[in-house]
Write a protein that binds this ligand. Sequence first.
Ligand code: ADP
Ligand code: MG
Length: 695
Amino acid sequence: MAKITELFGTMSFNDKVMKERLPQEVYKSLKNTMDTGAPLQIEVANIVATAMLEWAMENGATHYTHWFQPMTGITAEKHDSFIEPSAGGGAITAFSGKSLIKGESDASSFPSGGLRATFEARGYTAWDPTSYAFIKDNSLCIPTAFCSYGGEVLDKKTPLLRSMQVLSEQSLRILRLFGKDEVRRVKPTVGPEQEYFLIDRDLYKRRRDLVLCGRTLFGAKQPKGQELDDHYYGSIKKRVSEFMKELDEELWKLGIYAKTKHNEVAPSQHELAPIFTTTNIACDHNQLTMEVMKKVAEKHNLACLLHEKPFAGVNGSGKHNNWSLSTDTGVNLFEPGSSPEDNAQFLLFLVAVIKAVDEYADLMRVAVSSAGNDHRLGANEAPPAIVSIFLGDELTAILESIENDTKYDKQQLTLFETGATVLPKFPKDTTDRNRTSPFAFTGNKFEFRMLGSNASISGVNFILNTAVAEVICQFADILEKSTNFNADLHELIKKTIKEHKRVIFNGNGYSKEWEEEAHRRGLPNLRTATQAIPCFRSEKNVKLFTKHRIFTEQEINSRCDILFEDYAKVVNIEAMTMLDMVNKDILPAVSEYGKELAQTIIAKKSIADIPTDYESESLARLSKLTTCIYEGAKALDTVVLESKKYTNVQEKAEFFNNKVIPAMCELRQVADEAEMIVPGNKWPFPVYCDLLFGL
Ligand code: ADP
Ligand code: MG
């Protein structure tokens, strides 16, 4: 194996390559666009495109594609070769600045939530020069945003880029007030930790539920689960370790800083964490990471499951979104400073996040809403559906002392004066202990833990960025007019703590008491995706997004509809898969085994009067269960049919949540009971024990 440093970024048109291959002025101009968001000139794009073409062909590329992130949640690509016809029937290779900057593609088959009529099917992709192009499967991939002919946003990238811009602009207003004139841009940084399951591919292929839905729809509880905690951080098995090694290498080639890998809590569950980077790059890289995980797994005859809850009874998978703000001068705005002034600035940004998360908790909940994540949130393995913030005892004590004008340290010596008092250093490990909190301050960043493993990180981040930008905008409006900065700053921080401390909770987020306490505090508890999604289009939230030009109201409505549609489609596929497995596999198998039992009973009785208790009782139970399964399948079939009558997407999704899912649960329960009676070699597909402990 090549050295990591030699391997790293070999397939990425990154800063190093640009510096080497672009004329100095072109490099500067592109860099300026990347750093400040300034528009890019076509002459510059032409030179960049030529350099990209040369570099890509040297590295084996024959095609290029605009790589984008439509509302399907996965990435999309359409490949064009570099070939252009030349005189005399020959061919030349070409790639123009125009092809780099803009692409046209048929948008008609991507979800648009009614935004785009089929007769106007054109969609456009536009280069995002702030994210590096890369080579994948011999294609030069150009990260792009995707919109309709009329300019409506059709992807997950555009709102993210817009929110980053808005957040930067608003943060700069605050930094100016603190005299940080040298800062030109503030960037949200993200490090997403990715959880996944890895199972044997031959077993996987024999489970239609895994293949079609990504999760098991049946499966009796295996004798051993995660109760011994012997998998978490355990030594990594050979097959898994070989997979991880190749995964790291493939990610490094793409310029992705894959850093940490370990076994997770559930059997067969693992995690990969990259080093954090700018949000839109982190988003691109996370999408790529998920794709590469699946591909590398296939090479090792493994299946990588990214579903939020592939198996009942053991933990599901999440994606922890570590988020912070950093200046182009290299300062992390959530790193408590060492001077009184820096501390005041830190506290202001801190309370801005507290207020933003309190006021837009419903939106944060929307951002993690999906049919898959409903199985995970609040299931005592992931945060509850209630959004709260963990700050740790030290920081909470300081906020309390500011709020009440009381002394904050243990000896009751120091009164906190904004702009005059130095914060104590909080030891990092005491800020990172509470794993039950959905949104934890972890020393110099926030960790949002509600996101499901399968989701794009775009949603949570554009929502968080926009909500924080809005609060910072309000703060700047007040402070820019101030004639007594320190006093007004102190008052603002104090007032914000008073009004929003209800969202701070340092206790056990999994407990029943917290649910009751949160209810008393008036915090929303949106248990299911279908309850959460409508919040997206509430008046307050429409105002937020339209004010900061992230979305038009129409775009918000379309996004809601896409979420509802997606929910209904996912549950519908699951229900149909269940019926298919019951009718083609489970019922024939139980019936066949029942016949065997009956034949044994007859045979035994015909020889002599030998006891047949085991066979008779098993047969009786199995026959009862067979009827229950048959009835359960009929009931499920009926509600699935009934769902067809709904044309309104929200009503349809609600029907799936209220009627179809309960019918699925009932069917599963009786089928799982039958699984426990039927001998392993007569059950039609691999069971939990094989799947979870098979490697
Ligand atoms: P955990 O205890 O949750 O595993 P780690 O210390 O491993 O936490 O960090 C988790 C993630 O947080 C990593 O991806 C890391 O790069 C990221 N991270 C660290 N600092 C920042 C930051 N300033 N902004 C965003 N992400 C960060
Ligand atoms: Mg974490």
